[in-house]
Design a protein around this ligand. Structure first.
Ligand SMILES: Cc1ncc(COP(=O)(O)O)c(C=O)c1O
Length: 406
């Protein structure tokens, strides 16, 4: 028997995997569009998108084509050389955004790590070592490296790992006065998610982001937008900063960027990029030809007007369906979010029980997410069909009914 034919099951996880995850009882083995099938052949509808990653669903022909064609050409060259897919992707990303320059990484955390290092280096070179302070938002999430958990505004992710990086503070999200009180000429960067993702799908207020931009300009601080979750079409724009019309100095992207193939990136201006000179930063796999070829195919599909316009249509269909469920069962406080990043905060009686809704949905053949224990989150494919949306919502309604019935 070859290794790939060795039978494995969920119980093996507990035997051979580090216990930092608690995966569901089923193992998906195949996907197509917004449907996946598990080992037993059971079909589930996917409103989770691999946590806002599979932006074009599963098995999208353009992505399969890009990956298999590139796999026949060249897989890896290292950054001692450059490669065609990376250059093409960087040209497309810069022509479609504020950015002049791109740095490729492999994940959201790695992109943010690069963003934070670059912000500090820029300030260090231009204004001196005192200008090193980073201000981020309470409840924000920026990844799991030590720098990114420390910038992230949830101490539960950074506590217990030894000394934390210094010079990082947190202020409440959507509170301009709090930022005004904290920012100073020692601030090198303000870091925000335009929609706080992991902590509950909380969009920034328009006036807040405009005010943050002005404060950053006043104090020569860079504005860093973490668009790892909001990026690549999910907001109905290529990036959510375009929805707000507030332009950052550095933007991090990952998740949907590769549609399921691991890749991350930072986008920035010529002026800022100049401070990452040769040897200052790097990554063996960053800009890998396979990842960049897939991401280029994702970009080509997502950046079309039809795909971006379809996000608003689908948002409206989800919102109407979720509100109809809520009209019967009164479990959600509201339905919020941008585009196809949707959060349903639970009313007081169900707070802390988002996982119960997830489990009930799974039992009905639907994958959804939570964003904190208090918010049900949906992050489906941008090309999910009306039929898949309607069938998924019907399953969600049955799941909600079961939770409500106890
Ligand atoms: C806003 C945001 N930033 C960063 C990350 C980390 O990305 P990754 O898990 O790819 O390192 C996430 C992941 O959920 C995220 O939502």
């Amino acid at each position: 028997m070859s290794v790939s034919e060795m039978p494995v099951q969920r119980a093996d996880f507990d035997q051979v995997m580090v216990p930092n995850y608690a995966p569901a009882a089923f193992i998906p083995v195949r996907g197509d569009g917004s449907r996946v099938w598990d080992q037993s052949g059971r079909e589930l509808i996917d409103f989770a998108g691999g946590i806002a990653v599979t932006v074009l669903g599963h098995n999208h022909p353009a992505l399969v084509h890009a990956l298999t064609e590139q796999a026949k050409k060249i897989w890896h060259v290292s950054n001692v050389l450059t490669n065609e897919p990376a250059l093409r992707l960087a040209k497309k990303l810069t022509s479609a955004t504020f950015a002049d320059k791109v740095f490729f990484a492999n994940s959201g955390a790695e992109a943010n790590e690069a963003a934070f290092k670059l912000a500090r280096r820029y300030a260090h070179d231009k204004f001196g070592p005192e200008k090193c302070e980073i201000i981020a938002a309470t409840n924000s999430f920026h990844g799991r490296t030590l720098f990114t958990v420390t910038v992230g505004g949830q101490p539960k992710y950074s506590d217990g790992f030894g000394p934390k990086l210094e010079g990082i503070s947190h202020v409440p999200f959507n509170d301009l006065d709090a930022l005004k009180a904290q920012i100073s000429d020692k601030t090198c960067a303000v870091v925000l998610e335009p929609v706080q993702g992991e902590s509950g799908i909380l969009p920034a207020d328009q006036a807040y982001l405009e005010g943050v931009r002005a404060l950053c300009d006043q104090h020569n601080a860079l504005l860093v937008f973490d668009e790892v979750q909001t990026g690549m079409g999910r907001s109905g724009h290529l990036y959510a900063y375009q929805h707000y019309g507030v332009t950052p100095d550095i933007l991090s992207s990952a998740k949907s960027l590769g549609g399921g193939f691991p890749i991350g990136a930072i986008l920035t201006t010529n002026e800022v990029a100049a401070h990452f000179g040769v040897g200052t930063h790097g990554s063996t796999y960053g800009g890998n030809p396979l990842g960049c070829a897939v991401a280029e195919a994702v970009f080509d599909v997502v950046s079309t007007p039809e795909c971006l316009a379809g996000v608003a249509e689908r948002h409206a269909r989800f919102k109407a369906g979720l509100e109809a469920i809520n009209a019967k069962y009164a479990v959600f406080d509201t339905v919020r979010g941008l585009g196809l990043l949707i959060g349903c905060p639970l009313v007081a009686a169900y707070q802390g029980r988002a996982k119960d809704f997830m489990n009930a949905a799974e039992a009905e053949g639907l994958m959804i997410l939570q964003a904190s224990p208090d918010v049900v989150r949906l992050a489906p494919s941008l090309v999910i069909t009306n039929e898949e949306i309607d069938e998924g919502l019907a399953r969600l309604e049955r799941a909600v009914a079961k939770v409500v019935a106890g």
